[in-house]
Design a protein around this ligand. Sequence first.
Ligand code: 2ND
Ligand code: ZN
Length: 364
Amino acid sequence: MTTQPTLDDIRRAPKVLLHDHLDGGLRPETIVDLARDAGYDALPSNDPGGLSTWFAEASDSGSLERYLETFTHTVGVMQSAEALERVAYECAEDLAADGVVYAEVRYAPEQHTEGGLTLEQVVKAVLAGFAEGGRRHGIRVGTLLTAMRHQARSREIAELAVRHRDAGVVGFDIAGAEAGYPPTRHLDAFEYLQRENAHFTIHAGEAFGLPSIWQAIQWCGADRLGHGVRIVDDITDRETDDPRLGRLAAYVRDKRIPLEMCPTSNIQTGAAKSIAEHPIGLLRRLYFRVTVNTDNRLMSGTSLSEEFAKLSEAFGYDWDDLQWFTVNAMKSAFISFDERLELINGVIKPGFAQLKWRGDRPVG
Ligand SMILES: O=c1[nH]cnc2c1ncn2[C@H]1C[C@H](O)[C@@H](CO)O1
Ligand SMILES: [Zn+2]
């Protein structure tokens, strides 16, 4: 007997999150507090409830560029070491409360130096918040350092990531508006990371299509794809029992390149029409290495459990499917093979087994 997992049970499942932005997941109450402390007076509302509604509505425009404008207010209040440490600590606490056991959280250090912090100080403050939050709340959090694709600091940020690789920085990423800023603009950074045996993911195939994915993989050597939803443009006969993969889609599937899919965010930026029509349905059916993620919990008013619950409702996913996404994510993480295996065999499989067993018991 298979049972439809409930949101409450999904919260209890040991989950893995690979794509979550630190500056996209603040608590609204914290934004109000930090703005007051820093004298930041540009918030669209000083009431946490009003603020969370504003973020959700302003992010719903159907355009990635407009979605990104909302980050002005979160980045605006994250300009001191205390603020960064608090936001990182609370992020670990919130993810742990949602049942996440391993997370990779990303942010762009270059956006947090307006208050006079150096890049090193930014990184240290965030690492301190995650270390403390992780220790207290029983979650492991690695960070990815992001470079903004419209800027020209990617090499510097890549070097920063390598310098802190043994202190909790597990990889690198580029983010920001995709159209007009191809990943090859940052080839120097990616080639450097490859020489350093470092890991990186690239936001690609979200607001722009196949050329962006192709460059990210074949020119830049990305280990994973942030979103990557547009890979479906390289699949024909999608509605039939026998979809046909083009060369790029086949390469991504054959090489088990992980796709960091963020369903709700994709609807807000116009990359997908609805959850039910999200390419994740087809890509999962075709056994691409799909993972499920939140992107920006504040802007999307979501959590990893809610993303899973929405998918389960739209596609009928059961515990086996949710475990499959979770093991996919753990296999694709940027920590060592030993550590990944330990989490899969010691935490994820036993945790899901317990929930499946409970779910299969007759009620009453
Ligand atoms: O989904 C996204 N696509 C591209 N860029 C994004 C997305 N979500 C957040 N960002 C940007 C805005 C943040 O300020 C930056 C670093 O986290 O990354
Ligand atoms: Zn993202």
